[in-house]
Ligand binder design. Structure first.
Ligand code: SF4
Length: 429
């Protein structure tokens, strides 16, 4: 049977799709591109914004219209939050969730064999181990180490969709990192819903820093990079331990969300602007030329011009670039949904654009400062036949002429020039 996937949302969703692709392939399914002629279509949904919900519905309706006899299976965060009634309204055959993707795969296989699928993976269990590494990828592998979140930030629907924190077994995670490295992956990208909360639920005192030390040791020489981080996880101890690991990637994506004390309090982020300052100061002190990027929400409930100006000022002061900037999106069922969403849509967009200008300027200044420096690049794909590119150990995209490197090569390079969002490099070996 032929199967096809459509994935929305975050790296954790992408990891789960890659794992399901492997599990279905193990059951004899052939993977075909989305929209192609398949017997089974799987939509792995997201619910982080109202737009994500809408896109999920659109994709399912479209595929049902175009493939009336195909098996359609829906999983992921929007599915997890949905009632059974969505099956009839969208024409879904198997409704899963995001708790147990291995059970979901079995349920779809059962359905295809005409059996009634009882457990579709919507029930909460502990952390579910899934195979990492995907079918296609050969350079950078996602590795999920944690699921769920217990912070309940006022604007966020994720804890309601993903449930409580569940951490992977540290020994099993390290063994998987070693397997991925032995399989030829040049980098392991650690992902999860809130990786900063890693370990508390299983009594693992080492926390994220302890696990990352284990992963870097197990994966060496492959390098290890971390997904989004809560600023408060960046402590002196975190920096001292990880800066000692030569194959640890010095890219830090901080989910800061705002630079205003008042807004952070209304978001219930449990830290203030000074905690962000301290995290950035520590990273710059302990790591050589760290690339510090982040997430920011503009136009949160009641955000005044002055509060937005505080965010802009903090981003300028800390020279943060490469920011992912989102206009606040009201999510039903969250605490913020009961607050007045007072910032006009056009004003949210104006603030996002203003902050993006500061972020772009900081990022191109940072890139320009890398000219003449040397890095190690894991070359992975070409944007054109003339060039091949890949990421440095601090997550900067660098390209060279395609005859100078091949897919999967790990090469030392010197930066020869900088553009707005990428670099040109020359291999030095
Ligand atoms: S930390 Fe906050 S924003 Fe992040 S997933 Fe948890 S509730 Fe959502």
């Amino acid at each position: 049977m032929k199967i096809s996937f459509y994935t929305l949302g975050c790296r954790t969703n992408q990891f789960e799709t890659q794992a399901m692709e492997k599990l279905f392939a193990g059951n004899g399914f052939e993977l075909v591109p989305w929209g192609g002629d398949a017997d089974v279509f799987v939509v792995n949904s997201c619910t982080v914004t109202a737009t994500a919900d809408q896109k999920t519905r659109q994709q399912v309706r479209k595929i049902r219209r175009e493939h009336p006899r195909a098996v359609i299976a829906l999983c992921g965060c929007m599915a997890q939050k949905s009632e059974d009634g969505i099956k009839a309204s969208l024409g879904v055959d198997v409704l899963g969730g995001n708790r147990d993707h291995a059970a979901f795969v079995r349920a779809v296989c059962d359905f295809c064999e005409g059996k009634t699928a009882l457990d579709t993976g919507r029930e909460s269990t502990g952390f579910v181990e899934l195979p990492a590494g995907g079918l296609a990828e050969r350079t950078r592998a996602l590795l999920k180490i944690e699921d769920g979140c217990d912070y309940y930030c006022t604007y966020c629907a994720i804890p309601y969709a993903r449930g409580h924190v569940r951490s992977a077994d540290p020994e099993k995670a390290a063994a998987e990192a070693a397997r991925l490295s032995a399989a030829g992956f040049g980098e392991i990208v650690v992902t999860g819903i809130e990786i900063s909360a890693y370990g508390a639920d299983i009594g693992y005192s080492g926390g994220l820093a302890g696990l990352t030390e284990k992963l870097t040791d197990a994966a060496s020489p492959a390098r290890v990079s971390l997904g989004s981080l809560r600023p408060t996880v960046v402590t002196e101890d975190f920096c001292r331990r990880l800066s000692a690991k030569p194959n640890f990637c010095r890219h830090f994506h901080l989910s800061i969300q705002s630079g205003s004390k008042g807004v952070l309090e209304r978001m219930k982020r449990r830290y203030g602007p000074d905690d962000i300052r301290r995290a950035v100061e520590l990273l710059n002190r302990w790591f050589d030329r760290p690339n510090i990027t982040g997430d920011v929400i503009c136009g949160f409930c009641g955000e005044t011009e002055e509060e937005f100006a505080e965010t802009e000022a903090l981003v300028s002061e800390l020279k943060l670039g490469g920011l992912h900037i989102f206009p606040y999106s009201r999510r039903e069922g969250t605490a913020a949904a009961r607050m007045p969403d007072s910032v006009e849509k056009s004003e949210k967009e104006r603030r996002c654009a203003a902050l993006a200008r500061v972020s772009r300027k900081n990022y191109s200044d940072y890139l320009a400062a890398q000219v003449g420096k040397t890095f190690t690049v894991v070359f992975e794909h070409s944007k054109s036949s003339e060039t091949i590119g890949g990421y440095t150990e601090n997550y900067l995209y660098a390209e060279t002429n395609s005859e100078k490197a091949a897919d999967g090569d790990v090469k030392k390079v010197r930066i020869v020039s900088a553009g707005e969002d990428s670099l040109r490099c020359e291999p030095v070996e």
